[in-house]
Write a protein that binds this ligand. Structure first.
Ligand SMILES: [Zn+2]
Length: 52
């Protein structure tokens, strides 16, 4: 089941918050993380979503 997340994520390359493209949600160690790509440089950006 595809799940998206909302909000911005920090791009370490641009050193700025971006609205990621290609969003998806992954679960790791009981924590949910939003992953996407920076629209400007394509770097993977991560947003911690907290507990499921
Ligand atoms: Zn970037």
């Amino acid at each position: 089941m595809a799940e998206a997340f909302e909000g911005d994520a920090y791009c370490v390359k641009c050193k700025a918050k971006k609205s990621p493209i290609d969003r998806r949600v992954e679960e790791k160690n009981g924590r949910r993380m939003g992953k996407g790509k920076c629209p400007d440089c394509g770097t993977t950006v991560v947003r911690i979503l907290g507990k499921a």
